[in-house]
Write a protein that binds this ligand. Structure first.
Ligand code: ZN
Length: 215
């Protein structure tokens, strides 16, 4: 069953949030049928996508993922990171529950440094630097992602609180600081591989990430 459009979520409707809803339509996928909402950040040109399944308005503990765009992982199947597998698992979890939200956050490529610099950082990692050192070697921040737009989108969707599918403590703190309570963490168990082990271990040691061992 397609998710019915919420008539109160009108395209172009003024909002007090930092995001504007620009378009919405039904999106059938291999996981199930979602409503896709495209939001524009009011003071920039980033277009974020909210994939919504079921009725999430005025609901608590909505199964939610804030997914940072990663072309190499999400589209090309790269094993240098675990993004593509986390995206796949998050959409499966939402489909299994029949209800939830996945925010696909554009402009977050390479923790905010963009595609070209991410590939430059990969080249430095081939010379022995880790994912954080490589960003810093390029004169770039180790993580410049912000989640205020994500919180704004969740508020426009009238989500009251979330169960967050994430290993990243910064996302929990940031959502809470922007007024979206996180009631629970839902782990995404991704297999550790030779190609991504150093990357995952670095995120654990330098950003305090959780890691959910695959059963
Ligand atoms: Zn990635």
């Amino acid at each position: 069953m397609p998710t019915p459009h919420d008539p109160s979520l009108a395209v172009g409707q003024p909002t007090r949030e930092c995001v504007v809803l620009d378009a919405q339509a039904t999106l059938p996928t291999r996981y199930g049928t979602f409503t896709a909402y495209v939001f524009r950040v009011a003071d920039g040109d980033a277009e974020h996508v909210a994939l919504v399944m079921g009725d999430v308005a005025n609901k608590q503990s909505v199964l939610t993922r804030l997914h940072s765009e990663c072309l190499t992982g999400d589209v090309l199947g790269s094993y240098r990171c675990d993004c593509g597998e986390q995206l796949d698992l998050a959409l499966r979890y939402i489909a299994a529950e029949g209800c939830g939200v996945l925010l696909y956050l554009r402009g977050h490529e390479g923790r905010g440094i963009g595609l070209t610099n991410k590939i430059r950082a990969y080249a430095l990692q081939e010379q022995g630097r880790d994912t954080v050192e490589a960003n810093l070697d390029l004169g770039l921040p180790d993580d410049s992602r912000e989640y205020d737009s994500a919180a704004g989108i969740l508020r426009v969707l009238k989500v009251t609180s979330v169960r967050l599918m994430s290993n990243n403590p910064k996302k929990f703190d940031s959502l809470a600081n922007h007024g979206i309570p996180v009631c629970e963490r839902v782990g995404l168990a991704i297999p550790m591989r030779e190609e991504n082990e150093r990357y995952i271990r670095t995120k654990q040691s330098k950003f305090g990430h959780y890691f959910d061992e695959n059963e």
